[in-house]
Design a protein around this ligand. Sequence first.
Ligand code: NAP
Length: 279
Amino acid sequence: MTELPRIPLAGVIGHPIAHSRSPQLHGHWLARYGIKGHYVPMDVAPDDLPQALAMLPKLGFVGVNVTIPHKEAALKLAHVVTDRAALIGAANTLIFLKDGKIYADNTDGVGFMSNLHQLAPKWQAPDGPAALFGAGGAARAVIAALIEAGIPEIRIANRTRLRAEALQADFGARVVVYDWLRAGDMLQGAALVINATSLGMTGKSDLRLPLDQLEVGAVATDLVYTPLMTPFLIEAQSRGAHIVDGLGMLLHQGAPGFERWFGQRPQVDDATRSAVLGQ
Ligand code: NAP
């Protein structure tokens, strides 16, 4: 009997997982390119992660995305780790290699930069300082990408100052820490302003920081994408900033994994946005 080719499987592992938009994203690309494959959401408890990652390749999975709370643990379980994932200290994309090894990457920074290049094409990293609210995992990915792109200075303010100082220790002199209570001062002369806190997300408080020093024409971007127009973006726009919402970062960070698993570099465009927004 001739053996049928295996249909590649991929998915996203998190806990919980119901909120993830990745299944809509990859499902859209699979349909768009007529690829025979499947992408499934998987709720895996932290204690079960090692066993799940050991079993998935045997079940026909070629890789997975990893989301909260597994990003750090997945990096530790991987056998081959990209430089950027090691620098960020977390993985969001795993590839199951034919020799049984797990290859781990972090594409959040690439997603962040590609989104800016697509929606704020005039902005270039060397243009001037960036001001960043937040010092969590996503902020780490953003800092690594901005430094690689040649940003002259990144000003950071975080509610827990120690976390911002840890980033300064890891990323060096281009990172300057501001006090959370004086975070508005970071905006003076900043060409790019980023919200990398979870404030502004549906169900969370708003990011209530004074934006009066925001420069007209600066680019303001939010990593939060539910809602798409966060209170931060609404105010930044009213003060003359060029705004970029966070959905594009999610779409672009998914592209490298899709290409590795299914062999097709996917497009991120209006059709992709609409598919993920369920429109
Ligand atoms: P995280 O590691 O949990 O960090 C959360 C950040 O938010 C920390 O800086 C934290 O400050 C701050 N924060 C939380 N509650 C706060 C409050 N009440 N007041 C002041 N600061 C507060 O999360 P993460 O992974 O970095 O993610 C951050 C956000 O980015 C989330 O909304 C996530 O959904 C979004 N994200 C989006 C994408 C995308 O593709 N668009 C990708 C990754 C992440 P402390 O250090 O003081 O706690």
